[in-house]
Design a protein around this ligand. Structure first.
Ligand SMILES: Cc1cc2nc3c(=O)[nH]c(=O)nc-3n(C[C@H](O)[C@H](O)[C@H](O)COP(=O)(O)O)c2cc1C
Length: 165
């Protein structure tokens, strides 16, 4: 561990890791009993395995939405496009009715996919691994589709941005 990390703590970690540009996904689910939707935005999304098809993302222990989503059983992961900045802001805002006025379509199994997304994956939770103040969620892909060819929404050094070739 470098001196900088020891001195700077999480600020140093954010400063360094923020230089790794990522895409942005929305992870969302609907309660099978009453249809209540829950979701969050994540940039920790990652492809894990092709056979079987597995993806992963990390969820903070402080997430209020994750317990609702994991209880629902089926997750929709929407890969967000550049036009979905406002939707990302909405799903990142804790404690609000995140889906109010947010257009969504249903995945084959009934999980909410954000309208206008570039692609979606319908998943079940395969495993959860404790990792510090987060949980690494490994999810098995049950269905998926690419919807649009637009530009992706990116996250870099604490802000949203776009992709230019
Ligand atoms: C660009 C971006 C990326 C994020 N990535 C993650 C992530 O990978 N894991 C996570 O737990 N929260 C992440 N968050 C925070 C969540 O979207 C959300 O704000 C948090 O879960 C609090 O909402 P909740 O209490 O409804 O869960 C991210 C937020 C933003 C804006």
């Amino acid at each position: 561990m470098s001196e900088a990390l020891l001195e700077g703590g999480t600020r140093c970690l954010r400063n360094v890791l923020g230089r790794f540009a990522t895409g942005v996904v929305a992870v969302a689910a609907a309660d099978p009993a009453d249809g209540t939707r829950a979701g969050l935005v994540a940039n920790s999304f990652c492809s894990v395995s092709l056979e079987p098809a597995l993806v992963s993302f990390c969820v903070a222990h402080t997430s209020g939405s994750w317990p609702l989503m994991r209880g629902a059983g089926l997750l929709a992961i929407s890969i967000l496009g550049a036009q979905q900045r406002a939707a990302a802001d909405r799903l990142a805002a804790s404690g609000t009715d995140k889906f109010h006025g947010l257009p969504w379509i249903s995945s084959p199994g009934g999980a909410p996919v954000l309208e206008g997304s570039l692609a979606w994956l319908e998943c079940t939770v395969e495993a959860e691994h404790p990792a510090g103040d987060h949980t690494i969620v490994v999810a098995r892909v049950r269905a998926l589709d690419a919807i649009a060819d637009g530009e992706p929404l990116l996250f870099y050094r604490g802000t949203f941005g776009g992709f230019s070739r």
